[in-house]
Write a new protein. Structure first.
Length: 156
């Protein structure tokens, strides 16, 4: 009887694997890739972003301000001045993940690995809202740095 149950279970598993290929596939992990990986398909947006958007050079602010700060204080800057800090596949350090050291395209549009692999727009945030901006551009920071954020300014 056990052999019969084993055979039935094995047959069912084989049926599921061949009937539903995604059932057997490993779950795809979306990761950050860096703004340069967006350029081949989105050059018209990439060029003005890199030229005009301050966030495309955001790590420079950390470099300018780090004198006199502790390592913990410097790492506190990473959440807004780098790409995907403390998120899967996000910024770790300038040495380990230099392609993610600036706040680039994926800060607003989300991790791009699956979008790049599939070219499917469903795997990227297309309609950026102010809620995404307000993750970093909170009232206290805006006042502290006398900065007036303008959604999409110089981005696209």
């Amino acid at each position: 009887m056990n052999k019969k149950i084993h055979t039935i279970c094995l047959s069912l598993l084989v049926f599921l694997v061949f009937s539903f290929p995604s059932f057997a596939e490993e779950k795809k992990e979306n990761r950050y890739m860096g703004s340069d990986s967006c350029k081949p398909c989105h050059e018209a947006q990439y060029i003005p972003f890199m030229r005009y958007a301050r966030k495309s050079r955001s790590f420079e602010s950390i470099e300018k301000m780090k004198k006199g700060l502790t390592e913990d204080e410097i790492q506190g800057c990473y959440a807004c001045h780098t790409m995907g800090y403390e998120k899967p596949g996000g910024f770790i350090s300038p040495e380990k993940t230099p392609e993610l050291k600036n706040a680039g395209c994926e800060v607003c549009h989300g991790p791009g690995k699956i979008h790049i692999e599939t070219e499917d727009p469903a795997y990227i945030i297309r309609n950026v809202t102010i809620d995404i901006c307000q993750e970093c551009h909170i009232e206290e920071r805006v006042q502290a740095f006398r900065y007036k954020p303008i959604i999409y300014a110089g981005s696209h």
